[in-house]
Design a protein around this ligand. Structure first.
Ligand SMILES: [Zn+2]
Length: 134
């Protein structure tokens, strides 16, 4: 079992272009949290905050539910974000991932090949547009 990794949370108005490792950026305005994959693979992981996506809990520390499963990334990392820490979870088999996509109870997947990933440049576009308007 890999050790839990500290994760600093940072509330931001807009998601910065350059992300620091081990920081969870949270934009309440855009109902989105973004962080770099804690494996160090350099991929951005986008977790929209919505009833059917992720729930963010703030008690001075930040937790996200359900777990984050990066099945679309080469590293296929799977972890929980709990109390400003990354807690590693078991990597799912391809069958388990397929089951969860069929709607069986399972952690949500942050899939960079799906619509979540395509949303990133779009959100960035909104952000820069809004920024210029000010
Ligand atoms: Zn990774």
């Amino acid at each position: 079992m890999r050790k839990a990794v500290p994760l600093r949370h940072q509330f931001v108005d807009t998601i910065p272009d350059h992300l620091e490792p081990a920081v969870l950026y949270i934009s309440l305005r855009y109902r989105t949290a973004v962080h770099l994959c804690p494996t160090g693979c350099g991929e951005e992981v986008v977790t929209p905050l919505a009833p059917n996506d992720w729930t963010l809990t703030f008690d001075g520390t930040v937790s996200l539910r359900p777990s984050v499963g990066n099945w679309g990334l080469a590293c296929r990392s799977h972890y929980w974000i709990t109390g400003d820490e990354i807690e590693w979870a078991r990597t799912w088999s391809r069958e388990e991932v397929a089951w969860s996509r069929e709607g069986r109870p399972a952690p949500a997947a942050a899939n960079n090949s799906g619509w979540l990933w395509r949303l990133v440049p779009r959100v960035r576009g909104w952000l820069s547009t809004r920024h210029r308007d000010r």
